[in-house]
Design a binder for this molecule. Structure first.
Ligand SMILES: NC(=O)c1ccc[n+]([C@@H]2O[C@H](COP(=O)([O-])OP(=O)(O)OC[C@H]3O[C@@H](n4cnc5c(N)ncnc54)[C@H](O)[C@@H]3O)[C@@H](O)[C@H]2O)c1
Length: 248
């Protein structure tokens, strides 16, 4: 199996896209670390599903916005597995409203989780990856909204555009240490995040997607697998849109 013996940390992976990524990488043989801030019972449910693949899997409840919690999580992973080969920065939130109505706390929360959380995890994990001899992989989950903007999402668009700048800078800094850093920009994917949208908006959206459907969590997970596999060893600093052709 393509990822046999590898250790992968996926943030925000108790549900949604993160969970699908964890299942996909486990299916290809990786040992998985589930991270989330959801109650431990939710994390444990996801762990049980992954263990059916027979992989070593642990779950760590940690808030990625708090540097000390990230540090504790990464030390726990190293003490259990002695390395981290793959980091997928997936955890993210939306707090939508128009610019002139947006509350400061909603701006701060989105930037803190989506952008600072990605920085916290990347900085902490990269220190260990740099000491390893293998080709390691970091994949950041951005969004097409970070490329084209969206009404009601100034905070989210800024955080996801920030992730693209962070990805390219990290790719340049870490290339000499054989750490490849790429981003995926999903379009509209059918998860709890987009279920919040009114049905009419969801239907209108589909009309504007060339492939005429919302994406599935598996559509994203399969591209993450490609990027963390040996097939992508010569790809770094790229943003791959997985959006049914929304942005081209
Ligand atoms: N669903 C979409 O259409 C879509 C489109 C583009 C990008 N994305 C991005 O994909 C990622 C996953 O989104 P999703 O749709 O699966 O959302 P989701 O809400 O289903 O899952 C996000 C997970 O992140 C966790 N999380 C939130 N804050 C956290 C924190 N501080 N520390 C640790 N975990 C935390 C949540 O508890 C949740 O389990 C996000 O970064 C999102 O911005 C989603």
């Amino acid at each position: 199996m393509g990822l046999s013996g590898k250790v992968a940390l996926i943030t925000g992976s108790a549900r949604g896209i993160g969970k699908a990524i964890a299942l996909e990488l486990a299916h290809h043989g990786a040992n998985i670390v589930i991270n989330d801030i959801l109650p431990k019972s939710e994390i444990d449910k996801t762990l049980e599903e992954i263990k059916k693949n027979g992989n070593m899997t642990i779950g760590i409840k940690a808030d990625i916005t708090v540097f000390d919690e990230v540090d504790r999580m990464v030390k726990e992973i190293i003490s259990k597995f002695e390395k981290i080969d793959i980091l997928v920065n997936n955890a993210g939130i939306t707090r939508d409203s128009l610019l002139i109505r947006m509350k400061e706390e909603d701006w701060d929360a989105v930037i803190k989780i989506n952008l600072k959380g990605t920085f916290n995890c990347s900085k902490t994990v990269a220190k260990y990856m740099m000491r390893q001899k293998s080709t390691d992989k970091i994949v950041n989950i951005s969004s097409v909204i970070g490329l084209v903007g969206n009404i009601g999402q100034v905070n989210y668009a800024a955080s996801k555009a920030g992730i693209i700048g962070l990805t390219k800078s990290m790719a340049k800094e870490l290339a000499s240490r054989n750490i490849n850093v790429n981003a995926i920009a999903p379009g509209f994917i059918d998860t709890a995040m987009t279920k919040k949208l009114p049905e009419k908006v969801r239907q209108d959206l589909q009309q504007h997607i060339p492939l005429k459907r919302l994406g599935t969590v598996e559509d994203i997970a399969k591209v993450v697998y490609f990027l963390v596999s040996d097939a992508a060893n010569y790809i770094t600093g790229q943003v791959i849109n997985v959006d049914g052709g929304m942005v081209m």
